[in-house]
Write a protein that binds this ligand. Structure first.
Ligand code: THU
Length: 126
């Protein structure tokens, strides 16, 4: 059984590692793998703004680095009222590895639950 609270806490724990001097928006993510391991990521911005890498993408990359690419769930935690779901680029990135991922999204006074199926219908894959 998936312990959503554990996943939420894992993302919350790394939120302050977010490198976000330009937007001031901190985002953290955690993925739970089929082996029961949790990998986290934070958003990492760049003065050349387009090079920014989102928390969701970085959590997945962190997991892949550790040899795990089968995901059961993702939690996202942000301190911003403006961020309420994964960006389009992250949706594509998530879809590469999971066509049925449940995503638990937490903001200040905000909670929502999505499946990548609804966030990215008719997604592109090879
Ligand atoms: N960001 C994420 O890390 N994940 C999202 O789901 C949306 C946006 C980051 C990118 C940027 O560093 C900041 O939030 C504002 O867009």
């Amino acid at each position: 059984m998936i312990d959503i609270n554990l996943l939420k806490e894992a993302s919350k724990k790394v939120l302050n590692n977010s490198y976000s001097p330009y937007s001031g928006i901190k985002v953290a993510a955690a993925v739970l793998t089929k082996n029961g391991n949790v990998y986290t990521g934070v958003n990492v911005e760049n003065s050349s703004y387009a090079l920014t890498s989102c928390a969701e993408k970085n959590a997945i990359i962190n997991s892949i680095i550790h040899g795990e690419k089968d995901f059961l769930a993702m939690a996202v935690y942000t301190d911003s009222h403006l961020v309420k779901s994964p960006c389009g680029s992250c949706r594509q990135f998530i879809f590469e590895f999971s066509k049925d991922l449940q995503i638990y999204f937490y903001g200040p006074d905000y909670y929502n639950e999505f499946n990548i199926k609804e966030l990215f219908p008719e997604g592109f894959s090879l």
